[in-house]
Design a protein around this ligand. Structure first.
Ligand code: NAD
Length: 249
């Protein structure tokens, strides 16, 4: 069965690189129009646009800070002006500012909560009216397994991701009657620049704790996001899907 998102428009926040870029690429491959969001001045976003356009996708770059509701509203307006609908939102933009509680500054707490949690609130609030009018939509929030398990050194990040899970379930309950489905994915260890610099020894020690014995790829996350925004998951809402090689069961 072929998954088609033809005629659908997806906003992906933080789509310039990493997991967001892989998600944007995957949704574009299935025919969706892609709105690429990233921080103002992002060259990565322009590179992503070039890549997706070369694949034949229709795209729009909307640079803006997810912390700003005004930026989120503007992005949704520009999306509707160009593509006439907004069918999919992937709240992917996120940052870390790790440190033990005693040494964590108020700014480190605020920055992480503002981008990871309030950012998703802003963009979700901005799309919910047009999605309600359309009587349909799919939202996926990028949580993390540490939002479920907690993690030493990540009080701010784990709290933001746990909050995102609460936001996911609450919006899912509020808007199910409008046929808007809201789910979260919770990645574990995903290959990135950060994991690339780990020594083989350290990697091996991590692999021992992961039942499937490896780090995940950004594409592993993108495939699950695709499933959650497609017609394959029409009866799924309010769920948190762990994509972690079995690390947390
Ligand atoms: P990344 O740092 O490679 O990419 C994040 C993107 O978000 C960047 O392009 C960045 O510019 C953008 N961004 C940051 N602040 C923004 C803002 N205020 N407004 C708009 N865009 C902003 O990160 P990644 O590893 O690809 O992670 C993506 C998401 O997945 C994050 O939410 C992260 O918490 C989550 N996650 C990642 C992992 C992992 O192992 N990489 C594991 C669990 C969860």
């Amino acid at each position: 069965m072929e998954i088609s998102l033809k005629g659908k428009t997806a906003i992906v926040t933080g789509a310039g690189r990493g997991i967001g870029r892989a998600v944007a690429r995957m949704l574009a491959q299935c025919g969706a129009n892609i709105v690429i969001n990233d921080i103002p001045g992002s060259q990565d976003a322009l590179d992503a646009q070039k890549e997706l356009e070369q694949m034949g996708a229709k795209t729009l770059v909307c640079l803006g800070d997810v912390r700003s509701y005004a930026d989120a509203e503007k992005m949704v307006k520009e999306t509707l002006d160009k593509f006439k609908s907004v069918d999919i939102l992937v709240n992917n933009a996120g940052i870390t500012r790790d440190g033990l509680l005693m040494r964590m500054s108020e700014a480190d707490w605020d920055d992480v909560l503002d981008i990871n949690l309030k950012g998703a609130f802003n963009t979700t609030k901005a799309v919910i009216r047009p999605m309600s009018k359309q009587k349909g939509g799919a939202i996926v929030n990028m949580a993390s397994i540490v939002g479920v398990t907690g993690n030493a050194g990540q009080v701010n990040y784990a709290s933001s991701k746990a909050g995102l899970i609460g936001l996911t379930k609450s919006v899912a309950k509020e808007y199910a009657s409008r046929n808007i489905r809201v789910n979260a994915v919770a990645p574990g260890f995903i290959k990135s620049k950060m994991t690339d610099v780990l020594s083989e020894e350290v990697k091996e020690s991590y692999f021992k704790s992961i039942p499937l014995g490896r780090f995940g790829e950004a594409e592993d996350i993108a495939k699950t996001v695709l499933y959650l925004v497609s017609d394959l998951s029409l009866y799924i809402t309010g769920q948190v899907i762990h994509i972690d090689g079995g690390l947390v069961m």
